[in-house]
Structures are given as C-alpha cells and as structure tokens.
Write a protein that binds this ligand. Sequence first.
Ligand SMILES: [Zn+2]
Length: 337
Amino acid sequence: MERDELISSWLDRTARFYDRPLQALLLGAAPRSAKPIELSEVDLGTAKGALRPVAALLGISIEHLAAHTIAAAYSWGLHLVARGTFVPDGHRSPRLRYAACPHCLERQRADRGISWLTRAWILAPRTVCSIHHVPLVEGHVGSISHPIWSDFLRRHRHSNRAVCAIAQAPSAPVTSWAGPPFADNEAAGLHRQMATIQDGILAGAAQETRRRGTVGEGRARVTYDLVWAFTRADRHYPDRLVYEAFASDLLDSPWHVAQRRRPGPVDFPTLSLHERHVLLATATVLTGPQSLRRQFCQSTGPWQADLATLHRRLKDDDRAELAGRQRKWNKVPESTI
Ligand SMILES: [Zn+2]
C-alpha cells in the first residue's frame, strides 16, 4: 500500500497488474460469497464481511487491513466523508465520492511509477489540493486520470488500449470541470486561500472529534459555518438553497446554478465535488480580504451586509443555529470586521 492509499485504489492496482476484473479476483478469494463486494464499504470499513476476502487477496492480515479503513485511520472525519445519497434500489448508501489531484497523480507516477488515490481526497471539505492549490477532479476508482490523458482519450476513442499501455492510464476518462472564467493568477490566489482554509477545517475536525458542527478555528470555522448556511432552504424561495443568493457569476454560472436547483436543506458531504467547491469558494471570497472580495463579489459592500442578508434569507430555526455558531467565531479575520 502506498502512502495514505485507499484500499479500493490498492485493489484496483492489483487487478490491473493481473489484468483481470477486480470482482473476479475477489470472488476467487471468497468463492462462497454470492454478492459483489461494495468497494466504498471496504474503504469505509463498514463491510466487516468483505475484509476477509480483501485481506486474503492482498496477502495481509484482517487486522492490518482494518487499520487502513477510513473508520480506523480517519475516525474523526467519518461524518465529513464525501458520499452519494442513493443507489438505484432506493436505499441510503454510504457510497463514496472519489476525487484526485491531477498534479499529485503525475507526481506519484514520476516518483514511484504508479498513481494511486489517497484517503485525504475523499473528505468533503477538501476540494483544492493542499500541495498544488488546484481543484480536485471527481471520478470513480479506476477512472481518474490526468486531464491531458482524458482529453486525448476523448479525441482518440479507439486508441484506449495503446494509451493505457503507455501511460498506465485507466480507460474511462473523467469528466472534469473546465474551470471558472477568470484569470489564472486570480484563480491561483483564491485556490491558495481555499487550500489554507480547508487545511484549517480538517485540522479543526481532527481536534474536535466529539463536537460536530464546530469545525476549525478563525476563518476556517467562519467559512465552514457559512457553507452550512448556504445549504439551507431559502426563506423567500423554498425551491432554492440560500447559496443562490450569494452565487457569484465569476465563480458559478447562473445556468449551472439553475440546473442544480432543489429545495433545501441539503447535507454538504452528499454534494458533488464541483458543488462543494463553488460553495467553499464563495464562502472564502465573502470572508476574504477586500482585494479578494473586489475580484469576485457582486456586492462590494462590507462583510456585515452579507451576513445580514444571510440572516434574512434563513428560516427561523436555521437563523438561530447560525447565531449559535457565530458566538464561537472567536477569531474572525481582521479584514472582515
Ligand atoms: Zn496535488
């Protein structure tokens, strides 16, 4: 297993090495098991029965494998894991949303000759790489490749096999978001701040394992609480989230916002990576210095005006909840006071 690697990523590499479908290999390790093993549950550590065949396939003990599950290694972040909401049969599912930093994948390939998915990338508040300050891309295990290869595969569909052999890239290209229509240097500044805030949110969550909803310190906490407020139902427009009132044309297009329209509230970790990214970006801009606000904000007024608007948009119980959270904003950034 590589550093911080997801178990499903390790399994995926193993199957690729043997050039056989993963489920066939798992069936070989557990001939009596009738139903396919859900890899999300193996990663999370919620499928106890699946640990034995997976451990057998990987040639390690069950205890060793269990120590690598999210439940064991990221127990503080279980409620922050990015996940889907429903599977086709209608039951609530813990199915994970997988993501990766394209630059890290290339770096891994350059250093180690292979690429793998890390556990840190599946936490919902993580939408920007903490090393490269670029947005992560979402995909399935075995479907994430560098955007360069994805573009190539889209244009040359019949050359999948050859490209995969050369690049060791998976055959299914990932659909990545083209990115916002602003200058690279502006994006870089925003993404750098987002990476710092996301580091703060996750570091705070690791420290406060028992106090849900109070994640991070200073600007990280304020940003996280704003994102929570964004995911509530709008008092004036019940079919919309409060976020719509704050969505910046530069960060999110009105067309995309309308496409995603739904009644609130929604659970942040169940949103797609792109949705989480624009919510976090908007909150980062609102809590940011004037220079950042001038670049992306529709209203160039003071931060207090945004906060007052937010309160007006929330329903009574949500407003009370936000007020409670605000009392814990002990270190609000100077530029926003
Ligand atoms: Zn990276």
